[in-house]
Design a protein. Sequence first.
Length: 442
Amino acid sequence: MKLFIKGKTDKMIGAMALLLFTTTSTVAQELSINAELRPRAEYRSGYGSPITDSSSPAGFMLQRSRLGFGFKNAYLKTNFTIQDSRTYGEAGVNSEAVSSSGSLSVYEAWADILLIPGGSVAIGRQALKYDDNRIFSASNWSNTGTAHDVVVFKYELENSFTGNLGFAYNNDKAISKETIYSAATKYRYMGYLWVSKPLTSGLLLTALALDEGIQKTTTDASGTTTYSSKVDMYHRYTTGGNLKYQNPSCPFDFLATAYFQFGKTTATKNLNASLLALKMNYKVTPAFIGTLGADLYSGDDGKDTSKSKTFNWLYGAPHSFNGYMDYWTASLPTQGLVDYYGQVAGNLTKKFSYEVGYHLFDTAKEVEYSSAKHGKSLGSELDIKLSYKMNSCVFVEGGWGTYFLSDNSRYLKLKASDAKSRTPNWAYISLTIKPDVFKIKL
């Protein structure tokens, strides 16, 4: 009897082992190696802010190099990307002149593990990208990009609901007792919830709620910043979302955006800010797509130092909004910003595309200086971008922009409305080499 039971047990164990081996060997697995080499040359004569006649325009070259390793199967995805970012010349030409100014780092290192059908958790350093990249983005224009050390719980019901719940908590180093965080990242704590829900065919609603805990600091009369008592944070909250319509059978699409910020913008200043935006596209032909839009950022006169209505950009891709010359992206005017814009773009051939955009800028509140009000005009901007796809791995892109200054933009940027400055111009050309070096299904 014992021999019979033992024989049956051995067969069951053997069958289970065979089943496990067969299942594992039949799961689709993929191993990949990819690379990116992106040099970019820029000419700046008033990029971001006008320069005076006595200053000379600048020219330089940047380069971003990335090497990525990925693995995925039915229950696991991983990605590891190392990155080098530098300006041509900063490292010298020989070992004796090596500079430490270049940045060699781990851009991404994460694993996405399946927990239940439709549900997974991604943990590690990773880029966060949502909606139109206004609040969270990989910031591809930046030479370093943007990534977060975060845990994200994900759940998706196919074609009906998607939700992400993320948490982050930052420290300078491993600690044995609570210490002050010196804010290498803007926040010490972050928690957010993002959801996406299709409403009808082509109509999508997304919503975001974000809480940031930021280490409190104090600044003395000399401008020296110190950190306050341990684990003492103020909180900034952002909530809002997007309503998007896009249907392949319809030439018209739109994106309506609304975000609100409240809480604290500094440890001592209350925040009450908003962003409203609307963008509409109409596709006449693939070679001609017309766009009209407007962005409205709240503002005030700045006289009440205990309150702020200035919207914070957070972790989005500001270069993608409000003009490529980045006049109002690094920091918005205290008076707020209104950007009315129009654009035509399209694919002239399978390899060649273009984009021409014009922005008209105003403040939301009148600009005041020299004991007088000076209206809302901030001038305008013209941008042109051309792209050429040489092959599946090599892309060339170039652009040019110019800013038409007003007295108010001169004053806000140079603190003098009559400052003599060069006509702002900016141009760039970028080469992106991005091959899939190796990809194999196991």
